[in-house]
Design a protein around this ligand. Sequence first.
Ligand code: TPP
Ligand code: DXP
Ligand code: MG
Length: 623
Amino acid sequence: MLEYINDPNDIKQIQPEDYKLLAKDIRRFLLRNVSRTGGHLASNLGIVELTMALHLVLDFPKDQLIFDVGHQSYVHKILTGRKNGFENLRQFHGMSGFPKRKESDCDAFHSGHSSMSLSAALGMVTARDINHTDETIVAVIGDGALSGGMAYEALNNMARLRKEKKNLIIILNDNKMSIAENVGGMSAYLNKVRTRKEYVEFKGNVEQSLLRIPGIGKELTTILKKSKDSIKQLFVPGMYFEDMGITYIGPIDGHNVPLMVDTLNRAKQLDEPIIIHVVTKKGKGYRPAEQNPAKFHGISPFSLKTGEVLKKSDNPSNTAVFSDTLIKEAKKDKKIVAVTAAMPDGTGLGKFKNHFPDRFFDVGIAEQHAVTFCAGMASRGLKPVFAVYSTFLQRGFDQILHDVAIGNYPVIFGLDRSGLVGADGETHQGIFDIPYLSIIPNVTVMAPINGRELSEMLKHTLHHAKGPTAIKYSRGEASSLYEDQFEELHYGKGQILKEGKEAVIIAVGNIFEEADKAEKILKEEGYEIGLVNPRYIKPFDQELIMKLSQTYDKIMIAEEGVLNGGFGMMVNEFLSEHDYKGEVRCLGIDDQFVEHGSVSELRRMLKIDGESIADSIRQWMKE
Ligand SMILES: Cc1ncc(C[n+]2csc(CCOP(=O)(O)OP(=O)(O)O)c2C)c(N)n1
Ligand SMILES: CC(=O)[C@@H](O)[C@H](O)COP(=O)(O)O
Ligand SMILES: [Mg+2]
């Protein structure tokens, strides 16, 4: 059937009797491609029929469809003429795994981070009004994304649309899953709504049976109807939304295309904000993904036959080093508690949960809340560790500043996926953490260069932290470089790992491996380059920097993060304040967002890989 789908709106030519076949072909296509490239599979398998229904009802690119998070937009990409892009999905210069305005005018809004779709949609409704246009605006938000605070701010704000008589359609795609099992009060409420529907159907059947009892049937039915459940609560699920002023429709079967088309067409006619509660199955159509949707949420290339990932490393990841150390320390210290914002597997805290279920907290996709929740616990003497992806902690900036740092509470941030993350691209690169954390008074920032140092930094912080501390580490395997030269940690102190003559490279955290490669390349050519591990980004080791300034007349600072406000800039400023007469060069990421690709390709493109660092120093010497 996909042969007939080449351009936006082509699906409208498909006959209703072929919808099932098309859905099947889309799933086959997704499986064939994502098993080869890797990507967000389970959510896309689950949203096939819902996306088809949306495309049957909406007119692209005129109508505006916004995907929350955006990891579930693959089917939308297929239906908007981008099926060939799946050849190189999430690869360097290939098609993004998220909606992108620059990729297609059918992508109404870019996304990657969660819970933003309702605000963006409300903004578009407001613009439609002021611009006097008549497009339909639809936001698709998952039950997991509905655990994020921003979604409630938007719901609260959009209630005004009822009075203003304006249409906005929200599709709540409820598959009972975030990445892991969904958590929290809203998730429990949606569960209740789902089961209430079954209860209503069951009750309808009971009523019919009771009515058939001769003599007392009618009386019994009346008693049943007057029972303590209010009729409205019983027959109108979704009262939470209704009470807020948002019309609730559902729950409906998210795998029934004609039913959804009919519902959407009706919703389009209403002059009010509407939420359509659609129930889908994450991973639908591929048994391993249905059985383990968390594993197939975002997956590397895998065997379709076995469902197993093709390339598995035996070496521990930074995430595993962090979580194993945390567990070891938590066995000795009951004050240690661990917090995740809906990423128990990604941050390794799932293991912590198994050991200490009472000291583990999954707060949902709620990074802002998580930060202040940790501040509250720290204010009462606990030792909270919030393990969070660098990119998602951006959400909690003011909470770190206002709620944690002003009180100087010893909250520990395990900053996972710091640096380039690769295939997720510009929304997910962890390249802003040094600037956004270093500008906050009281905050300490550390960056280990290998697994052992990561583990020791966490231990040291758990025992000695006097204030908020972030330890940043990268996605993937823990490095073992220079582990044998490990020296005890001292607060604010760095370490010289190699003495040199012509120049020295101070390399932050994960980029140290590239600096080390550069040093080796240049050594072959007869140059002696020093290597320094700063360990502490803030406060950095001023004494060490002064010492280097007296030894070298060329100092290079390398980091896998933005240059603006980065470590290089801080050190450079310090050196110029102290009248350093030599030259300083900073390598890092200039003022840009970095797209998807493998980390090694991106480093090469950004000229922060070993070869490029060596080239740069060689060139510098010639100058
Ligand atoms: C701010 C933020 N925090 C965390 C994430 C990581 N994340 C991506 S998808 C997802 C789960 C979303 O669940 P849901 O909205 O129900 O969509 P589903 O995957 O079930 O289709 C999470 C936690 C994110 N993208 N943004
Ligand atoms: C869509 C999203 O935000 C997550 O699924 C993210 O892609 C996970 O990244 P990791 O693969 O690094 O855990
Ligand atoms: Mg979900």
